[in-house]
Design a binder for this molecule. Structure first.
Ligand SMILES: [Zn+2]
Length: 297
């Protein structure tokens, strides 16, 4: 069986791809997420897998990237912002619907696995993958395998406090998790919007900074400083070979030069050889990483 199917279960769309034996993408299908319907979600995933297999003319392995995680203790979904999944035995129900074992992993873990397998972190021993988008997620890959963790939360740095806060960063904005000053509140798209002000979306701040606007440039500089602090605390614990950025805010070109200049102030080392890299597979990394949950045959 050389066909490897990856499914990215998102809040607005569900996407499936089929990878050939060489890792190249052969098939791609997507549908809208049946928001609010758990049974509808199971059926939509099963239909997508069948559609890819029909096109390929063979059966495949199935890996699924999902928001949140399946609790190792209970087998039930937790921490998902697609809340209709929470409390359901998603893996068990998908295995029944597809009549085979399936592998599930957090979507940020799939992103990290994709970039570690054949992306910006290929060949690196330890990869920290970061998604900077509407939320902030993270995943860790060691020796080509996702580090899941006892509680299935390894790499979930977004709801740690922003370290080494400046006076105006403490206690910080309220977060949906119930605390204040979480890394996510500063580094998500909304965090950049708050730094820029003027009620403008993050994409406009990025474009204005690129065009030389001083206020937008200051907001991007502040964003980079916060990212540097947040990553420094991860590097001090995990010491990854490479940090790979994905998500909409990873398109800020200046981060790859500026953040490594800034982060040395907080990293406990005489020199810092950690690379900061942009995702090679862009928006496709999540669904590719889901397929990579099963190694090549
Ligand atoms: Zn939080």
């Amino acid at each position: 069986m050389s066909l490897r199917i990856g499914v990215d279960l998102g809040g607005t769309k569900i996407e499936a791809i089929g990878l050939g034996a060489d890792g190249s993408e052969r098939y791609r299908r997507r549908v809208e997420t049946p928001r609010g319907s758990y049974d509808g979600t199971i059926h939509a995933i099963a239909d997508l897998v069948r559609a890819v297999e029909h096109a390929a003319g063979e059966r495949g392995t199935v890996g699924i990237g999902m928001p949140g995680a399946v609790s190792p203790a209970t087998g039930l979904v937790k921490n998902a912002n697609s809340t209709w999944l929470i409390g359901h035995p998603l893996q068990q129900d998908l295995e029944a619907a597809l009549a085979r074992p399936v592998r599930l992993a957090n979507d940020a873990n799939c992103f990290a696995l994709s970039e570690a397998s054949d992306g910006a972190g290929a060949g690196a021993a330890v990869v920290f993958g970061v998604i900077l988008g509407t939320g902030v997620g993270g995943g860790i890959v060691v020796g080509g395998e996702v580090l899941g963790g006892t509680n299935a939360i390894a790499g979930e740095w977004g709801h740690n406090m922003l370290p080494w806060p400046d006076a105006d960063e403490w206690p910080g904005p309220p977060c949906y998790c119930g605390r204040t000053g979480c890394i996510e509140t500063f580094l998500c798209g909304r965090g950049l919007e708050l730094a820029y002000g003027a009620g403008a979306p993050a994409a406009r701040a990025i474009a204005a900074a690129a065009a030389g606007d001083a206020r937008a440039s200051a907001a991007i500089e502040l964003y980079g400083r916060r990212l540097a602090k947040a990553l420094a605390s991860v590097i001090n614990i995990l010491d990854p070979d490479v940090v790979v950025l994905g998500g909409g805010l990873s398109n800020i070109e200046s981060l790859y030069r500026r953040v490594p200049q800034l982060w040395t102030a907080w990293i406990f080392s005489d020199r810092v050889d950690t690379r900061l890299a942009r995702a090679r597979h862009g928006d496709s990394s999540g669904v590719r990483g889901a397929a990579w949950l099963w190694p090549p045959a």
